[in-house]
Design a protein around this ligand. Structure first.
Ligand SMILES: NC(=O)c1ccc[n+]([C@@H]2O[C@H](COP(=O)([O-])OP(=O)(O)OC[C@H]3O[C@@H](n4cnc5c(N)ncnc54)[C@H](OP(=O)(O)O)[C@@H]3O)[C@@H](O)[C@H]2O)c1
Length: 234
């Protein structure tokens, strides 16, 4: 198992836990996926080492809560680069060899945010709509082969992401978040069963299903309200 992220120390801790608990050989790669050429470098490294990737999990993501016009331009562009462009490039570079070997698959992490426009988090929601659409389209393209594409679309999940993205200031956050273990387990099971879309949690499942019957203007107004700031201390 290859673990990739920017913080090598954190990756090493996770790798040690995986090796001791699951008896799986791990490697750690400290890499910033938004760096130009990073994904290509990654692909070359594996082909030269003759180390085929059977399962690709695209989980790295970045978010930012706040008004579009008040947001940091660099951070928003980095978000597009990481959440959308790097993810698409990873699929483009690894999927052909999976198809050639007739094995493996990709698990892309989108979000329930991918189902609606997201006022006060516009770029993040747009990147997740991209991941959802790309994953569903690829799942159709590979149908009938031994390769599968799964899109995991979690709702709010209890990870450092919620605070790092500033969402703890918004109304939605006050309603709680799913434990990360349940979300990861649902994604893993869904992937193993070859499901195209996995929305963990009953309320997330019903809210994304209900969106099919809600007029889009109403949906974006509700999200705008959910993303509104709560008074400090509430
Ligand atoms: N938490 C939620 O409420 C929630 C809900 C729906 C969907 N999601 C999605 O779930 C995924 C995982 O998020 P999380 O909640 O686990 O957030 P997290 O705790 O902030 O984890 C983000 C991960 O992405 C890695 N990463 C960030 N920037 C990177 C970069 N430039 N290059 C390589 N790796 C990078 C981070 O490692 P380093 O910092 O070491 O690079 C970390 O492992 C994201 O795609 C997110 O959009 C989260």
């Amino acid at each position: 198992m290859i673990l990739l992220g920017r913080r090598e120390g954190v990756l090493r801790e996770v790798a040690a836990r995986i090796e001791s608990q699951c008896n799986v050989e791990t490697r750690v790669l400290a890499m910033d996926l938004t760096r130009p050429g990073a994904v290509e470098e990654l692909t070359c490294r594996f082909s030269t080492e003759d180390f085929p990737v059977d399962v690709l999990v695209n989980c790295a993501g970045l978010g930012q809560w706040g008004e579009f016009t008040e947001s940091d331009v660099e951070r928003q562009l980095r978000m597009v680069q990481l959440n959308a462009a790097a993810l698409a490039e990873l699929c483009l570079r690894f999927l052909p060899s999976m198809l050639a070997r007739r094995m493996g698959g990709i698990l892309n992490v989108a979000s329930t945010a991918g189902f609606v426009p997201g006022p006060r988090m516009a770029v993040y929601y747009a990147t997740k709509a991209f991941v959802l659409s790309l994953s569903e389209a690829l799942a159709e393209e590979v149908r009938g082969t031994s390769v599968t594409i799964t899109c995991l679309a979690p709702g709010p999940t209890d990870t450092p992401f919620l605070k790092a993205s500033g969402q703890h200031h918004s109304r939605l956050y006050q309603w709680g978040a799913m434990p990360v273990e349940s979300v990861a387990r649902a994604g893993h099971q869904g992937f193993r069963r070859g499901r195209t879309l996995v929305v963990p949690g009953t309320s997330n499942h019903f809210s994304t299903f209900g969106l099919r019957f809600l007029p889009r203007p109403a949906a974006r107004k509700i999200v705008h309200w959910l993303k509104s700031p709560v008074a400090p201390g509430k």
